[in-house]
Design a protein around this ligand. Structure first.
Ligand SMILES: [Mn+2]
Length: 483
């Protein structure tokens, strides 16, 4: 058994690049003791911790949404604030700090900052890992928080003096029980609803097993949701927080209110709900931007990208940024394409990297920096691609990237068919479910076979980008932008 030197800290990367959560959970449970030890040994050391924060005046309008949420939660529930202290009562009623660096000076080896440090009933620190709506899966979230709690435990002697200055009656001994909270907007949890992703009951069962294993070693891993309203102010208005059972589903009603960036459409004149499938984008951010201006997504819309957002075109980075931001405005589902699969494979495998580069990955790397290095791609973009799902189903439709076997249920389809096989090479038949299947992957004109529709119109190959609204039949086609 080969444990990576960073223990759980390295597992965070491993989890966000894989979609097979159950295997990941089982592996981490088997290796728990060894990972714990490795994390402890590898934890960065800091001589002094800057726990006390200055006020939030420095927040910029264009600050990352996650940072704005961290500061909003801190400023509302900070030690000494006058607001009622009901954040995650009774376990965590106060916030001591945000963006707490684990190292002196620069972030090293990927060990970052603790998003929020809360205070529990015993005056001990609570590690809170905050994710925005498009963040990585709940297991990756909680494993990251776990690694940070272990780092604090390892540093307690150095951490205590700073903590003691901010928190009254701080315990001098190293805490043996730690509360770690995965906190995210309600919309994040809605995305992990069984219907919305492959994170189904089986995955939640596996995550629960991991949570139970961690508890045996003194780490209480918990999940929580909060509501955020953004009225255009610098800081979002953070509404009620509440604890979640890990299998709990957040309903549509509890989704966040989000700012409309592209337009201020009157919701009364909008159709109540649109279901929109978008074909292969292949790095053409200008074209996608134009398409979104035509679609004008609102918070009641669901947009399904059929895969192959990346590679070939000039600006994969811009495409991913657009789609990540879109996730804060409406419901977005991204299907995993063969190009995302090749890109994910390349992350930790130099042989796979050559294959990726020759399939349009070179252009992808150049969009992140002129030196054309895979290392220029930031973690949050990798994390985002790690959330792409192999297929998605609604009551009437199935969405997948390339193809399918007509007599096989979707959760048993081979990935070679889902992501690689062209409908020209292997013409599909009506799926046994009776649902209409919407695919991309095979460039050409838009094809509607009745039981199956392909909307890849060759964007990235000099063609066009096409989207179709499936409830009303509206079609948008944008010729690929020359730039
Ligand atoms: Mn494809």
């Amino acid at each position: 058994m080969l444990i990576p030197p960073g223990g759980f800290h390295d597992a965070k990367d491993y989890l966000t690049s894989k979609t097979r959560l159950v295997d990941g959970c089982n592996q981490l449970i088997n290796e728990f003791e060894a990972r714990l030890e490795a994390t402890f040994q590898a934890a960065p050391v800091r001589t002094a911790y800057a726990i006390e924060r200055s006020d939030v005046g420095a927040v910029q309008l264009n600050s990352d949404f996650e940072i704005r949420m961290e500061r909003a939660i801190w400023s509302k529930h900070r030690i000494g604030s006058n607001e009622s202290c009901d954040l995650l009562a009774p376990e965590c009623t106060r916030i001591a700090s945000y963006s707490l660096g684990l190292f002196d000076g620069r972030i090293q080896n990927g060990w970052g900052e603790i998003d929020l440090v809360g205070v529990d009933a015993k005056h001990q620190p609570v590690v809170i890992e905050l994710k925005q709506e498009s963040g990585v899966n709940p297991l990756a979230m909680i494993v990251q928080g776990l690694a940070y709690a272990i780092a604090l435990q390892n540093n307690w002697e150095n951490f205590f003096p700073s903590w003691n200055q901010v928190v009254e009656n701080a315990p001098k001994h190293v805490p043996t029980n730690w509360l770690v909270i995965g906190l995210a907007p309600s919309g994040y949890w809605a995305r992990f609803d069984a219907k919305l992703s492959e994170l189904n009951r089986r995955n939640w069962d596996a995550i629960n097993s991991f949570v139970n294993r961690a508890k045996l070693s003194g780490f209480d891993l918990r999940f929580a949701a909060f509501v955020v309203k953004d009225n255009g102010e610098l800081l979002p208005d953070i509404g009620a927080c509440r604890w979640l059972e890990s299998q709990e589903t957040i309903t549509e009603d509890s989704r966040i209110n989000v700012p409309k960036k592209l337009h201020d459409a009157d919701p009364v004149n909008e159709p109540t709900s649109r279901l929109i499938a978008i074909g292969d984008v292949h790095g053409c951010s200008r074209t996608l931007e134009e398409l979104l201006l035509r679609i004008m997504p609102t918070s009641t819309d669901m947009l399904i990208f059929l895969g192959d957002l990346v590679n070939r075109g000039p600006d994969t980075r811009g495409v991913l940024k657009l789609v990540i931001d879109l996730g804060a405005r409406c419901k977005v589902v991204c299907i995993l394409g063969n190009h995302e699969e090749v890109m994910l494979d390349a992350r930790f495998d130099s042989n796979a990297q050559g294959r990726w580069e020759s399939q349009g990955g070179f252009e992808t790397m150049m969009s992140y920096g002129s030196r054309g290095s895979i290392n220029d791609i930031p973690d949050d973009h990798w994390d985002f691609i790690g959330t792409f799902v192999p297929y998605f189903e609604t009551d009437r439709f199935i969405f997948t990237h390339a193809n399918y076997n007509w007599y096989t249920p979707m959760n048993e389809q081979p990935s070679s068919l889902l992501r690689w096989t062209s409908i020209e090479d292997d013409p599909p038949q009506a799926h046994i479910s009776g649902k209409k299947v919407i695919v991309g992957h095979s460039p050409g004109s838009m094809r509607d076979l009745g039981f199956c529709m392909c909307v890849d119109t060759g964007c990235g190959l000099g063609g066009a980008l096409t989207a179709i609204e499936l409830n009303h039949g509206t079609i948008w086609t944008i010729e690929q932008s020359p730039k």
